[in-house]
Design a protein around this ligand. Structure first.
Ligand code: BTN
Length: 262
Protein backbone atom coordinates (compact mmCIF):
# COMPACT_ATOMS: atom_id res chain seq x y z
CA UNK A 1 0.00 0.00 0.00
CA UNK A 2 1.23 3.51 -0.85
CA UNK A 3 1.22 6.44 1.62
CA UNK A 4 -2.04 7.85 0.33
CA UNK A 5 -3.72 4.49 0.74
CA UNK A 6 -2.39 4.15 4.29
CA UNK A 7 -3.79 7.57 5.18
CA UNK A 8 -7.19 6.65 3.71
CA UNK A 9 -7.19 3.33 5.58
CA UNK A 10 -6.58 5.26 8.84
CA UNK A 11 -9.31 7.78 8.02
CA UNK A 12 -11.82 5.01 7.38
CA UNK A 13 -10.81 3.27 10.59
CA UNK A 14 -11.22 6.49 12.60
CA UNK A 15 -14.69 7.16 11.22
CA UNK A 16 -16.04 3.76 12.26
CA UNK A 17 -18.35 3.43 15.25
CA UNK A 18 -17.73 -0.28 15.71
CA UNK A 19 -15.99 -2.35 18.37
CA UNK A 20 -14.29 -5.06 16.34
CA UNK A 21 -15.15 -4.67 12.67
CA UNK A 22 -12.62 -2.33 11.08
CA UNK A 23 -10.05 -2.35 13.89
CA UNK A 24 -7.69 -3.06 11.00
CA UNK A 25 -8.45 -1.64 7.56
CA UNK A 26 -6.56 -2.30 4.33
CA UNK A 27 -7.33 0.17 1.58
CA UNK A 28 -6.16 -0.36 -2.02
CA UNK A 29 -6.64 1.64 -5.22
CA UNK A 30 -6.81 -1.56 -7.24
CA UNK A 31 -6.85 -5.26 -6.43
CA UNK A 32 -7.86 -8.47 -8.16
CA UNK A 33 -10.60 -9.13 -5.59
CA UNK A 34 -11.03 -7.90 -2.01
CA UNK A 35 -12.36 -11.37 -1.11
CA UNK A 36 -9.18 -12.93 -2.45
CA UNK A 37 -6.93 -10.49 -0.54
CA UNK A 38 -8.99 -10.90 2.64
CA UNK A 39 -8.82 -14.71 2.35
CA UNK A 40 -5.04 -14.55 1.98
CA UNK A 41 -4.74 -12.22 4.98
CA UNK A 42 -7.01 -14.51 7.00
CA UNK A 43 -4.92 -17.54 6.05
CA UNK A 44 -1.90 -15.68 7.45
CA UNK A 45 -3.78 -15.06 10.72
CA UNK A 46 -5.39 -11.63 10.24
CA UNK A 47 -7.66 -10.76 13.15
CA UNK A 48 -11.41 -11.00 13.23
CA UNK A 49 -12.91 -7.75 12.00
CA UNK A 50 -10.20 -6.95 9.45
CA UNK A 51 -11.67 -5.04 6.50
CA UNK A 52 -10.25 -4.93 2.97
CA UNK A 53 -11.54 -2.22 0.68
CA UNK A 54 -10.59 -1.29 -2.87
CA UNK A 55 -11.51 1.46 -5.31
CA UNK A 56 -11.44 -0.99 -8.21
CA UNK A 57 -11.30 -4.77 -8.66
CA UNK A 58 -9.93 -6.25 -11.85
CA UNK A 59 -11.22 -9.77 -11.14
CA UNK A 60 -14.12 -9.10 -8.80
CA UNK A 61 -15.71 -12.40 -7.81
CA UNK A 62 -19.43 -13.00 -8.10
CA UNK A 63 -21.45 -16.02 -7.05
CA UNK A 64 -21.18 -19.24 -9.01
CA UNK A 65 -17.82 -18.30 -10.49
CA UNK A 66 -19.15 -15.21 -12.23
CA UNK A 67 -17.17 -12.04 -12.73
CA UNK A 68 -18.33 -9.06 -10.68
CA UNK A 69 -18.03 -5.82 -12.61
CA UNK A 70 -16.14 -3.43 -10.30
CA UNK A 71 -15.34 0.02 -11.69
CA UNK A 72 -14.08 2.77 -9.40
CA UNK A 73 -17.62 4.08 -8.86
CA UNK A 74 -18.75 1.29 -6.55
CA UNK A 75 -18.10 0.25 -2.97
CA UNK A 76 -16.21 -3.05 -2.84
CA UNK A 77 -15.10 -4.50 0.46
CA UNK A 78 -14.65 -7.71 2.45
CA UNK A 79 -14.76 -8.46 6.17
CA UNK A 80 -12.91 -11.28 7.92
CA UNK A 81 -14.81 -12.96 10.77
CA UNK A 82 -13.85 -15.89 12.95
CA UNK A 83 -17.03 -16.92 14.75
CA UNK A 84 -16.93 -20.07 16.84
CA UNK A 85 -19.98 -21.60 15.21
CA UNK A 86 -21.02 -24.73 13.40
CA UNK A 87 -20.43 -24.71 9.65
CA UNK A 88 -24.17 -25.26 9.27
CA UNK A 89 -24.77 -21.82 10.78
CA UNK A 90 -22.46 -19.99 8.39
CA UNK A 91 -25.34 -18.71 6.23
CA UNK A 92 -26.09 -16.32 9.10
CA UNK A 93 -23.16 -14.19 7.95
CA UNK A 94 -25.01 -13.58 4.69
CA UNK A 95 -28.19 -12.88 6.63
CA UNK A 96 -26.34 -10.35 8.81
CA UNK A 97 -24.67 -8.71 5.82
CA UNK A 98 -27.86 -8.41 3.78
CA UNK A 99 -29.80 -6.98 6.73
CA UNK A 100 -26.94 -4.50 7.32
CA UNK A 101 -27.05 -3.29 3.72
CA UNK A 102 -30.86 -3.18 3.80
CA UNK A 103 -30.90 -0.95 6.90
CA UNK A 104 -27.99 1.24 5.79
CA UNK A 105 -29.77 1.96 2.50
CA UNK A 106 -33.04 2.54 4.33
CA UNK A 107 -31.28 5.25 6.35
CA UNK A 108 -30.70 7.02 3.01
CA UNK A 109 -34.41 6.73 2.24
CA UNK A 110 -33.84 3.83 -0.19
CA UNK A 111 -36.28 0.96 0.25
CA UNK A 112 -34.89 -2.31 -1.11
CA UNK A 113 -35.83 -5.99 -1.14
CA UNK A 114 -33.65 -8.95 -0.31
CA UNK A 115 -33.59 -11.58 -3.01
CA UNK A 116 -32.79 -14.97 -1.53
CA UNK A 117 -30.08 -15.88 -0.94
CA UNK A 118 -27.97 -12.77 -1.12
CA UNK A 119 -28.88 -10.01 -3.54
CA UNK A 120 -30.27 -6.63 -2.67
CA UNK A 121 -32.69 -5.33 -5.26
CA UNK A 122 -34.27 -1.98 -5.98
CA UNK A 123 -37.33 -2.28 -8.21
CA UNK A 124 -36.09 -5.67 -9.42
CA UNK A 125 -32.62 -4.43 -10.35
CA UNK A 126 -29.53 -5.41 -8.43
CA UNK A 127 -27.94 -2.74 -6.29
CA UNK A 128 -25.79 -5.04 -4.13
CA UNK A 129 -24.32 -8.53 -4.22
CA UNK A 130 -22.81 -10.48 -1.34
CA UNK A 131 -20.31 -13.31 -1.56
CA UNK A 132 -19.42 -15.23 1.55
CA UNK A 133 -16.45 -17.61 1.36
CA UNK A 134 -15.43 -19.79 4.25
CA UNK A 135 -12.40 -21.81 5.19
CA UNK A 136 -12.68 -24.88 7.35
CA UNK A 137 -10.57 -27.85 8.39
CA UNK A 138 -11.62 -31.14 10.00
CA UNK A 139 -15.20 -29.90 10.12
CA UNK A 140 -14.24 -26.73 12.01
CA UNK A 141 -14.72 -23.25 10.68
CA UNK A 142 -11.48 -21.27 10.54
CA UNK A 143 -12.75 -18.00 9.07
CA UNK A 144 -15.39 -16.51 6.86
CA UNK A 145 -14.79 -13.69 4.40
CA UNK A 146 -17.96 -11.77 3.60
CA UNK A 147 -17.58 -9.63 0.50
CA UNK A 148 -20.08 -6.89 -0.23
CA UNK A 149 -20.33 -5.04 -3.53
CA UNK A 150 -22.60 -2.01 -3.89
CA UNK A 151 -23.30 -0.04 -7.03
CA UNK A 152 -22.95 3.49 -5.70
CA UNK A 153 -22.04 6.26 -8.13
CA UNK A 154 -22.19 4.58 -11.55
CA UNK A 155 -24.16 6.68 -14.02
CA UNK A 156 -24.25 3.91 -16.62
CA UNK A 157 -23.55 0.18 -16.78
CA UNK A 158 -22.10 -1.89 -19.60
CA UNK A 159 -24.71 -3.14 -22.09
CA UNK A 160 -24.90 -6.64 -20.61
CA UNK A 161 -25.80 -5.22 -17.16
CA UNK A 162 -27.91 -2.22 -17.95
CA UNK A 163 -31.26 -4.02 -17.61
CA UNK A 164 -30.24 -5.86 -14.45
CA UNK A 165 -28.16 -3.42 -12.38
CA UNK A 166 -28.91 -0.10 -10.71
CA UNK A 167 -26.75 2.29 -8.69
CA UNK A 168 -27.62 4.51 -5.76
CA UNK A 169 -26.84 7.44 -8.06
CA UNK A 170 -29.47 6.16 -10.53
CA UNK A 171 -31.96 5.91 -7.68
CA UNK A 172 -31.25 9.21 -5.94
CA UNK A 173 -29.96 11.34 -8.79
CA UNK A 174 -27.07 12.46 -6.59
CA UNK A 175 -23.66 11.16 -5.58
CA UNK A 176 -23.24 9.35 -2.29
CA UNK A 177 -20.09 9.37 -0.18
CA UNK A 178 -18.90 5.75 -0.40
CA UNK A 179 -17.00 5.87 2.87
CA UNK A 180 -19.94 7.23 4.85
CA UNK A 181 -22.01 4.39 3.43
CA UNK A 182 -19.30 1.91 4.41
CA UNK A 183 -19.31 3.29 7.98
CA UNK A 184 -23.08 2.83 8.19
CA UNK A 185 -23.05 -0.70 6.77
CA UNK A 186 -20.28 -1.86 9.10
CA UNK A 187 -22.13 -0.38 12.08
CA UNK A 188 -25.26 -2.41 11.25
CA UNK A 189 -23.24 -5.47 10.28
CA UNK A 190 -21.51 -5.58 13.66
CA UNK A 191 -24.80 -5.07 15.45
CA UNK A 192 -26.38 -8.04 13.67
CA UNK A 193 -23.23 -10.09 14.12
CA UNK A 194 -23.32 -9.52 17.90
CA UNK A 195 -27.00 -10.51 17.97
CA UNK A 196 -26.07 -13.69 16.12
CA UNK A 197 -23.25 -14.48 18.57
CA UNK A 198 -25.75 -13.81 21.34
CA UNK A 199 -27.95 -16.64 20.06
CA UNK A 200 -30.68 -14.47 18.52
CA UNK A 201 -30.76 -16.60 15.36
CA UNK A 202 -34.51 -17.09 15.24
CA UNK A 203 -35.18 -13.35 15.42
CA UNK A 204 -32.59 -12.64 12.73
CA UNK A 205 -34.05 -15.29 10.46
CA UNK A 206 -37.59 -13.93 10.90
CA UNK A 207 -36.42 -10.39 10.23
CA UNK A 208 -34.54 -11.50 7.11
CA UNK A 209 -37.52 -13.52 5.87
CA UNK A 210 -39.79 -10.50 6.22
CA UNK A 211 -37.65 -8.69 3.63
CA UNK A 212 -37.42 -11.51 1.11
CA UNK A 213 -39.34 -10.70 -2.02
CA UNK A 214 -39.88 -14.26 -3.31
CA UNK A 215 -41.94 -15.73 -0.51
CA UNK A 216 -45.49 -16.65 -1.45
CA UNK A 217 -44.78 -16.20 -5.16
CA UNK A 218 -44.66 -18.58 -8.10
CA UNK A 219 -41.02 -18.84 -9.06
CA UNK A 220 -38.40 -20.67 -11.10
CA UNK A 221 -35.26 -21.93 -9.38
CA UNK A 222 -32.22 -22.80 -11.46
CA UNK A 223 -29.97 -25.09 -9.52
CA UNK A 224 -27.41 -27.75 -10.56
CA UNK A 225 -28.20 -27.20 -14.23
CA UNK A 226 -31.94 -27.91 -13.74
CA UNK A 227 -35.03 -25.72 -13.57
CA UNK A 228 -37.70 -26.14 -10.90
CA UNK A 229 -41.12 -24.50 -11.04
CA UNK A 230 -43.32 -23.92 -8.00
CA UNK A 231 -44.26 -21.69 -5.11
CA UNK A 232 -41.65 -20.30 -2.70
CA UNK A 233 -43.32 -21.25 0.56
CA UNK A 234 -40.72 -20.58 3.22
CA UNK A 235 -37.06 -20.36 4.24
CA UNK A 236 -35.92 -23.19 6.51
CA UNK A 237 -33.95 -22.56 9.71
CA UNK A 238 -30.79 -23.57 7.89
CA UNK A 239 -31.36 -20.86 5.26
CA UNK A 240 -32.61 -23.21 2.51
CA UNK A 241 -35.40 -22.01 0.27
CA UNK A 242 -38.45 -24.29 0.42
CA UNK A 243 -40.23 -24.75 -2.88
CA UNK A 244 -43.57 -26.50 -3.32
CA UNK A 245 -43.14 -27.74 -6.86
CA UNK A 246 -45.82 -28.06 -9.51
CA UNK A 247 -45.72 -31.79 -8.86
CA UNK A 248 -46.61 -31.10 -5.21
CA UNK A 249 -43.15 -32.10 -4.01
CA UNK A 250 -41.26 -30.11 -1.41
CA UNK A 251 -37.73 -29.23 -2.47
CA UNK A 252 -35.12 -27.35 -0.47
CA UNK A 253 -32.30 -25.35 -2.05
CA UNK A 254 -29.06 -24.12 -0.49
CA UNK A 255 -28.48 -21.79 -3.41
CA UNK A 256 -29.68 -21.12 -6.93
CA UNK A 257 -30.83 -18.47 -9.35
CA UNK A 258 -34.43 -17.54 -8.81
CA UNK A 259 -36.90 -15.54 -10.85
CA UNK A 260 -40.56 -14.74 -10.36
CA UNK A 261 -42.88 -16.30 -12.95
CA UNK A 262 -44.80 -13.73 -14.92
C1 BTN B 1 -22.88 -11.82 -6.52
O1 BTN B 1 -23.98 -11.29 -6.43
O2 BTN B 1 -22.60 -12.56 -7.46
C2 BTN B 1 -21.86 -11.55 -5.44
C3 BTN B 1 -21.02 -10.35 -5.74
C4 BTN B 1 -20.04 -9.99 -4.65
C5 BTN B 1 -19.12 -8.87 -5.04
C6 BTN B 1 -18.26 -8.40 -3.90
S1 BTN B 1 -17.39 -6.92 -4.29
C7 BTN B 1 -16.39 -7.12 -2.89
C8 BTN B 1 -16.07 -8.59 -2.76
N1 BTN B 1 -14.89 -8.94 -3.54
C9 BTN B 1 -15.19 -9.75 -4.56
O3 BTN B 1 -14.38 -10.18 -5.39
N2 BTN B 1 -16.50 -10.04 -4.55
C10 BTN B 1 -17.19 -9.40 -3.45
Amino acid sequence: MGNKNLILAEEIKDSLETEIIGKKVYYYSQVNSTNKIASELAAYGANEGTVVIAERQVSGRGRRGRVWHSSDKGLWFSVILRPEIKISESHFLIINASLAVYYALKSYGIETEIKWPNDILYKNKKVCGILSEMNSSSGNLNYIVTGIGINVNQKKFPDELKDKAVSLYNIQGAKIDKFELLTDILFYFENFYFKFLNGENEKLLEEWKSKISLLGKEIIVKSDGKEYFGKAVDIAKDGRLILLTNKSETKKFWAGDTSIRK
